[in-house]
Each structure stands twice: as structure tokens, then as C-alpha cells.
Write a protein that binds this ligand. Structure first.
Ligand code: ACO
Length: 383
């Protein structure tokens, strides 16, 4: 039978339009237990991974779990990423000349598509593999795009610095504090991978066609950008700003829910309890800011939102997701809200590329079926 021809009775009904509970891959990279609120990444509980590694070490652990040989060490990844940042900086003038920095994430999308899928097709990067080039470039491009939006010239990378530290320095043109570097590392390690989320699935679908690592990363970024996935933190901060004062919290939330709006930073397809990453970020931002007024206000809004959601959506178990405190943490690090999704991508590229490695080893094209519910020519003829 030809590939797309199905008989009316052959294809099963889809259980839900969001592929809920469909297992799409086997992976050694991460596991999300939505009932227990537990996230395992590369064999570690995420809270332990944060304690064990800076971002380079977490990326090395993910690529090792994906079967990369020889298994890279944290030091090797740090060195290679430094070189990749330098190589990417050579592409910045070309990227900025395209005037695509109005929206940082869209600018990053353009920048990453300037990279070649095959190593050796870009100047000076002949021996740097695509997963390292993508990670290095994402930090360099994000910093340069933010600065271009402020009419500031790009700052060159320091190949000897840690990845998180160098990103903050390229962003601000001054050295970040040790506490800021620690907080950004904690963020980047925590979000480096997260099961079969929409962007990771996208990356695996693209990898399964053998299009290449950079193509998979660009496609995954497109999926990440949406407000139902990685685009929520900006709207979380807009929400906090709009609410403004303690007296306005409850009326504002009630009106939003009554208008049918979704409260950004709440709800998750898999977690039925509080997202464990929200706690990691809440702790990090509380340490970083000494629990300043913004953090206290965010907590007040969070508690009121949970109360309102439980009262108005009693049939659903909606809790805080990680985007809520991502927003507050990255704001405290001075990252502008339109760059937050790009910073998320800067970290998640470690996971996406590890999934590409896993998927390429499986080697089988991902090609699901659809169930045809349109008109059949023979029915039309009979009518
Ligand atoms: N605010 C208000 N209501 C909500 C919210 C929310 N944040 N989340 C879910 N609901 C409600 C829906 O309106 C729906 O109610 P109804 O049945 O009365 O219409 C019900 O809960 C179920 O909603 P679904 O969309 O089926 O649930 P799903 O599992 O697809 O939701 C999602 C997951 C998309 C994340 C959703 O909770 C949402 O839109 N949240 C806000 C955006 C957000 O925070 N995104 C970041 C997610 S984390 C990440 O991707 C890294």
C-alpha cells in the first residue's frame, strides 16, 4: 500500500491532540517524574547536578550519557567552548549587519542558521564539532544582539573564562560577581535537559532525517520560542509589572482568570506538583538578591495565583512551573526580558545536541501517522 493511503478503519484515534502520554523515544539523558516533582538529568537528581557541576560539566555529562566518544571532561568542554566563542565572534558583524536584533530570540535564530551543519564549512572552526559550535555561538550572539539593541558594540569573548561568566561579561562589558556567575551556572545546569519537551522532540525529529546538528538546534529554538514553552518568562515579568502593588494582586488575577487568560509561569503538561526547578531558581535568586522586594512580591503573587487557580480550576492540578522563577532570577542577573528565551536556549542546546547524538545512533526516521477525518472521494461520488 502506498505510504499515505489508509483505509477508514485502520488508523487508531488519537487520544489527545497534544500526544499526551505517548512515549516517543528511549533516552539516557533525563527523566521527568511529574507526580513526584522529580527531575533526573544524566543520572543525577537535578539539585545534585547543580551542586556537582558548572554548565560545562553538565554539558559533558549529558554528551557522555548520549554516548559521545571519547567522553569529554569538564575541562575539555570549557576549552573547546572558549574556542567556539572566539570563532563565533568573527560572525557577529555579519549577523548585526542583517539588522535582526529587534527581537533577540529571532536574531539568535538567524545567527545560528549562519553555522554550517558540517564541521569545516566555517572559517577557523574546522575541527570544532557542531554541538560545541552551537553552544559557543548562542552565548556570543545573544550578548551581541542585546548590546546592539542598546546601540552598544559587541564585546569580544575571553576564551579562558567559564561559559556563564564570559556570557555575563560579553553582555555588560564588565566582570560579573562570583555570586552572579554561580547563579547563572545554577540556572543553565538546571535547564540543560528536560525529557521529551516540545523543542527536544523537534530536535529529534529533525535529527532523524539526518539534516544535521545545527539544523536540529535551529528548529528546536523555533519551538522553544512560543509562550506555551520557553517564551513564558517575559510575560511573567510583564504580569508582575502590571499587577504592580500588593493591593492589586487578587483583583488582577481574578480578572485575568475570568477573562479566560492563562497565568504565565503556572501549569505544566507533565508536572502535577510544583516543578522542582522552580525551587532551585527561587533559592538561587533569594541568595543572589538577599530576598529583595521584587522576590518577595513574586512570592506573594505566586501564592495568590495558586490559590486563585485552585479555586477556579478545581479539576486541574496546576502548580508553579520553572518559567516563573526563571523570569525573576534572570531579571536579577540583569538579562533583559526579551533575551530570556535566548538564555534558556543557550543552556538547552546542551540537551538538544545530546538528543541529536542519541537519535542519530537510533538511525530511524521519525514518521508518525495521522488519522484522516476529511472527505473521501468515493463518498462524494456516492452522494
Ligand atoms: N493559567 C490558567 N489556566 C490554566 C493554566 C494557566 N497557566 N494552565 C492550564 N490552565 C487550564 C486551561 O485553561 C485548561 O482549563 P479548561 O479545561 O477549563 O479549559 C486546563 O488548565 C488544562 O489546560 P491544557 O492546555 O490542556 O493543559 P496543558 O497540559 O496543555 O498545559 C501549559 C500546559 C501549556 C504549559 C499550560 O499550563 C500553560 O499554558 N501555562 C502558561 C504558559 C507557561 O507558563 N508556559 C511555560 C511552561 S514550562 C516550559 O515549557 C519550560
Amino acid at each position: 500500500m502506498a505510504e499515505n493511503v489508509t483505509l477508514k478503519s485502520e488508523t487508531p484515534r488519537v487520544s489527545a491532540s497534544g500526544l499526551d502520554n505517548v512515549v516517543a523515544a528511549e533516552t539516557a539523558l533525563s527523566h521527568v517524574d511529574g507526580e513526584a516533582g522529580r527531575l533526573i538529568v544524566a543520572g543525577y537528581d537535578v539539585e545534585e547536578l547543580v551542586k556537582a557541576y558548572d554548565f560545562e560539566g553538565a554539558a559533558a555529562a549529558l554528551w557522555t550519557a548520549a554516548g559521545l566518544e571519547p567522553a569529554p571532561s569538564e575541562v575539555e568542554v570549557k576549552r573547546a567552548l572558549g574556542r567556539a566563542r572566539e570563532a563565533a565572534f568573527a560572525l557577529v558583524p555579519g549577523l548585526l549587519s542583517l539588522n535582526c536584533h529587534e527581537n533577540v530570540t529571532e536574531g539568535l535564530r538567524t545567527g545560528l542558521s549562519m553555522l554550517a551543519d558540517d564541521a569545516g564549512n566555517e572559517n577557523g572552526t574546522g575541527d570544532i564539532p557542531a554541538h560545541i559550535r552551537a553552544l559557543g555561538a548562542a552565548a556570543v550572539f545573544t550578548a551581541a544582539l542585546v548590546r546592539a539593541g542598546d546601540r552598544k558594540s559587541p564585546v569580544a569573548p575571553d576564551a579562558g573564562a567559564g561559559h556563564a561568566e564570559d556570557f555575563l561579561r560579553m553582555l555588560r562589558d564588565e566582570a560579573p560577581s562570583a555570586a552572579e556567575v554561580k547563579a547563572l551556572n545554577a540556572y543553565m545546569v538546571t535547564v540543560a535537559d528536560h525529557g521529551m519537551n516540545a523543542s527536544t522532540f523537534t530536535a529529534r525529529v529533525i535529527a532523524s532525517t539526518r539534516a544535521g546538528t545545527i539544523s536540529a538546534v535551529v528548529g528546536a529554538l523555533c519551538a522553544l520560542k512560543g509562550p506555551l514553552h520557553g517564551g513564558a518568562p517575559g510575560p511573567v515579568l510583564d504580569m508582575l509589572d502590571e499587577i504592580g502593588t500588593s493591593g492589586n494582586v487578587e483583583p488582577w488575577l481574578q480578572k485575568e482568570i475570568a477573562d479566560g487568560a492563562r497565568l504565565m509561569g503556572f501549569g505544566h503538561r507533565v508536572y502535577r506538583v510544583r516543578d522542582p526547578r522552580a525551587d532551585v531558581f527561587n533559592r538561587a535568586v533569594t541568595i543572589l538578591t538577599n530576598g529583595n522586594a521584587r522576590v518577595r512580591f513574586a512570592r506573594e503573587v505566586e501564592l495568590a495565583a495558586l490559590k486563585a487557580l485552585r479555586a477556579t480550576k478545581p479539576g486541574h492540578r496546576i502548580d508553579t512551573n520553572m518559567e516563573y522563577y526563571t523570569a525573576v532570577l534572570l531579571e536579577a542577573l540583569g538579562i533583559p526580558r526579551d533575551a530570556v528565551t535566548s538564555v534558556f536556549a543557550m543552556a538547552r542546546i546542551a540537551g538538544w545536541t545530546a538528543h541529536v547524538m542519541e537519535q542519530e545512533r537510533v538511525g530511524r526516521l521519525i514518521r508518525p501517522q495521522s488519522r484522516y477525518v476529511g472527505h473521501w472521494p468515493e463518498d462524494e461520488a456516492a452522494a
